[in-house]
Design a protein around this ligand. Structure first.
Ligand code: ADP
Length: 323
């Protein structure tokens, strides 16, 4: 995740990625949970809060259940092998693959003029591929929006193997939540929940802040009175109920039949979200900056071990002279 916000991660980050990370860890997988601070630089103009943002997102990982004694929790810029593999992959990645990436095309259009477009924006998927392949993973657990980048990653790995006649990299799986609501969680306005749209509920939010946000959320526009039929599929509040309320099916039926009002749904939704996140938020509030720094230091050590092994294989496959 990119540390692009002082509030840390949002419910979309949690549903699309973090929830799965915790489940995979608890199933026994070796997890490498990175904070992508270099990636934040492609869109962040002001870096004054970058260091604290990095701490905040790490708090989310730990509070959600990533256990530093089982998983490596680390910052991208602390493990220099990411930069080395990026530079080597940049030598084997065709420019056309990068220019065709949908997120590149979108972001490029937002920036005026080629003089202001940073190289890092185009190279983003190459760095992300280095982030992934350094750990030679079985799978990468992410939200649906990341699928195009992951595709390039496997292509770069296969191309590397072919060019240098090696089998260093194996194809990895995309571990995207099966439930489409989780894979692409809607924001308060029903667009994808994203920091750039200002439509997020953050894990770090207080219960009152959560309540105020849910009260402002988009509901069925044609449902004005309680007795008007609702369309839960298109209502942000009903989407959250589906995830966080065990009674969602009854609530959706009543909403459809005009037996419940939007305010009633919002009250139920606020309770359900706050109840689900209460223990996570309590753990989050108990973490200090120092705790987080210690965790990140240990995590970087674990990450460097595996990253170092991969780099030995890569350098040798490419024929670089050993130092
Ligand atoms: P953002 O898009 O808010 O800047 P990031 O780019 O840092 O978030 O994404 C971190 C992870 O969270 C990625 O795996 C991404 O797929 C996932 N993610 C982001 N937004 C959502 C969403 N609305 N629903 C599901 N997953 C999401």
């Amino acid at each position: 995740m990119r540390p692009t916000n002082p509030r840390g991660g949002h419910l979309g980050n949690y549903e699309g990625a973090l929830r799965n990370w915790v489940n995979l860890q608890n199933e026994g997988y070796d997890m490498f949970c990175m904070v992508a601070d270099w990636h934040a630089l492609t869109t962040l103009d002001d870096t004054e809060s970058l260091a604290q943002n990095t701490i905040e997102i790490t708090k989310d990982y730990v509070a959600a259940g990533i256990d530093p004694s089982k998983s490596a929790i680390f910052v991208q810029s602390h493990v220099k092998e990411h930069a080395e593999l990026h530079v080597l992959f940049s030598m084997v990645t065709p420019l056309g693959w990068l220019e065709r990436t949908p997120t590149y095309k979108e972001k490029k259009d937002e920036i005026e003029g080629v003089e202001r477009e940073p190289y890092g924006l185009l190279g983003y998927p190459v760095l992300q591929t280095a982030d992934i392949l350094l750990y030679r993973p079985y799978g990468v657990p992410v939200g649906r929006d990341q699928a195009p980048h992951l595709e390039i990653g496997n292509d770069i790995g296969l191309r590397f193997n072919r060019l240098f006649n090696t089998d260093v990299f194996e194809t990895y799986k995309y571990l995207i939540p099966e439930d489409e609501t989780r894979a692409k969680l809607p924001g308060l306005d029903m667009r994808k929940m994203s920091k750039s749209y200002d439509n997020c509920i953050f894990l770090s939010e207080t219960e009152d802040e959560t309540a105020a946000k849910v009260k402002s959320a988009y509901t069925t526009p044609s449902k004005i009175k309680k007795t008007d039929p609702g369309i839960p599929e298109g209502c942000a509040v009903c989407q959250y109920l589906k995830i966080y309320s065990p009674d969602w099916q009854t609530l959706w039926d009543e909403d459809r039949k005009g037996e419940r009002g939007c305010m009633q749904n919002k009250t139920a939704c606020i309770e359900a979200i706050n109840e689900y996140f209460r223990p996570i938020r309590e753990r989050r509030n108990a973490l200090t900056n120092d705790d987080v720094q210690d965790i990140l230091k240990e995590g970087a050590k674990k990450a460097r071990e595996v990253a170092g092994e991969t780099m030995d294989k890569v350098r040798s496959a490419m024929g670089l002279l050993r130092d």
